[in-house]
Write a protein that binds this ligand. Structure first.
Ligand code: ATP
Length: 461
């Protein structure tokens, strides 16, 4: 469970809450109709007042409507669907009460945490059903009939088809979180299968920071007279996010990345790359420069994925290099900076990626690296968000100075990649290099290339 009051140096000047969480009309969780016992838990979590999307969606949900919730990243959408479900569960206790579908495994665990935290006083039983984890263990947990299941669609379908005695015929609530993504990620077939085996008589909630035509399609298939609760226009980024672009020659990308990391040293940052292979290569190169970075991508084992994320969350390392597997929903309050090292090919992913910072009223910064090959993609992003971004200021001559050390680090990274490929016997770009001890040791031994400058805590800018 995250704590919005957690300190974050970049955001010193922030107030306790921003417009998204501000309450100018004395609206409280009580006045929205939420049961006292749950209001008490909100207070204990430091949630003084409902966020705007919560103010909009909770009463509509409590009246028994289907809801389409559209609000900025980090604006409390999870609470907006958790609380009405928990309230309803209190009124009508039942096992296998609600199902939440999410596009990524990490997000599933995070949403479960939120249910557990908000439902701690009412003895909620939850279960996460995601791929990459033993089916048998999950089947045993499902046999105990939790109140709430948070799942990725593929694995849930596996259980529906193969696990004896498991059925969702009594389900009362279905939530599609990051709804547009679930469809984009070829989950459509799985979602359709799930819809066929759950009752028509249920409430359905769709939530996302971005909506697509495809969601409207799903809306037609699964929703019953939904009420749209939209806090902002379709493609909005939060005001406390300072967004920049950096136009650079493609051949100097790694040098510029190193320079920007140095420039922003001391901040916790997520670097987004487009492919698993580049994620891995970039993390290796940074480690070889003495910057403590770990990769997070879909070709890593689930244990390593969670390990990388937990290390980053616990502040034991400051740089996470990730694919879009980390772009949706992850709520890590300490993220100060997002670097789009590769421009996202799907413009909407930009909104979700940069939304990993500047959450719940904090400040944040993002820099998108644009090379001569990315201009069109980048222009599409500016069009989508409806603004022209300023250039990130950097001393270009200082970047050149890094060339030699970066080349050396690139060379070591290439060797490491090859070694891993040979070890794993997989084809290029499919290896599962992550933050293994082995790799950490390699990074350590190569700190001499760069000293520890990049990884060292420096005064934040
Ligand atoms: N009413 C509230 N008061 C204070 N903090 C809140 C409140 N509601 C939610 N939060 C906190 O705000 C943060 C962001 O919430 P959440 O992860 O639900 O955002 P989101 O809108 O789902 O974002 P994304 O679109 O990126 O998934 C979390 O740390 C959560 O605990």
């Amino acid at each position: 469970m995250t704590d919005v009051s957690e300190d974050n140096t970049l955001q010193k000047e922030e107030s306790d809450c921003d417009d998204l969480l501000k309450n100018e009309t004395d609206i409280t969780f009580e006045s929205l109709g939420i049961a006292n016992v749950l209001c008490q838990t909100c207070a204990e979590l430091g949630w003084k007042t409902p966020s705007k999307i919560q103010q909009e969606a909770i009463p509509v949900a409590l009246q028994g409507n289907d809801v389409i919730g559209l609000a900025e990243t980090g604006s409390g959408k999870t609470g907006a669907f958790c609380l009405p479900i928990l309230h309803s569960l209190l009124e009508q206790p039942q096992r296998l009460f609600a199902l939440v579908l999410t596009p990524t495994r990490e997000l599933a665990f995070q949403i479960e945490e939120q249910f557990k935290a908000l439902g701690s006083s009412i003895g909620i039983k939850t279960s996460v059903v995601v791929g990459g984890v033993d089916m048998m263990g999950q089947a045993l947990v499902l046999a105990k009939k939790p109140h709430v299941i948070v799942a990725t669609p593929g694995r849930l379908v596996d259980h529906l088809e193969k696990t004896k005695g498991f059925s969702l015929r009594s389900l009362k609530y279905l939530v599609l979180d990051e709804a547009d993504r679930i469809l984009n990620m070829d989950f459509e077939a799985e979602v359709d299968k799930i819809l066929k085996v759950i009752p028509r008589e249920r409430r359905t909630f769709l939530f996302s920071a971005t909506m697509t035509g495809k969601v409207k399609k799903l809306q037609r298939a699964a929703l019953c007279k939904p009420v749209k609760c939209a806090v902002n226009s379709k493609y909005h980024t939060v005001d406390k996010l300072l967004q920049y672009y950096l136009f650079i020659p493609a051949k100097d990308k790694d040098c510029y990345l190193t320079a920007v990391i140095n420039d922003l040293a001391g901040n916790a940052m997520i670097i987004f790359c487009s492919t698993c292979a580049n994620t891995q290569r970039t993390a290796l190169m940074l480690r070889n420069l003495g910057i403590s970075a770990v990769p997070l991508h879909g070709q890593m084992s689930q244990a390593k994925r969670l390990g990388a994320l937990n290390k980053f969350k616990s502040a034991s390392l400051s740089v996470l290099v990730a694919t879009d597997v980390a772009s949706r929903g992850l709520d890590i309050p300490r993220v100060d900076v997002v670097l789009n090292f590769d421009v996202p090919t799907r413009s909407k992913d930009y909104i979700h990626r940069v939304g990993r910072t500047a959450r719940a009223g904090r400040y944040g910064k993002s820099v998108t690296f644009v090379t001569q090959y990315d201009v069109e993609l980048y222009q599409r992003i500016e069009e989508l968000i409806g603004k022209k971004l300023p250039a990130f200021e950097i001393q270009h001559n200082e970047v050149k100075v890094l060339q030699e050390r970066v080349s050396e680090a690139q060379r070591y990274a290439r060797i490491e990649m090859k070694e891993q490929q040979m070890k794993n016997g997989k084809r290029k770009g499919q290896e599962d290099v992550s933050d293994s001890e082995e790799m950490a040791a390699f990074g350590e031994s190569n700190k001499k290339i760069f000293g520890n400058k990049g990884g060292k805590k420096r005064k934040r800018k």
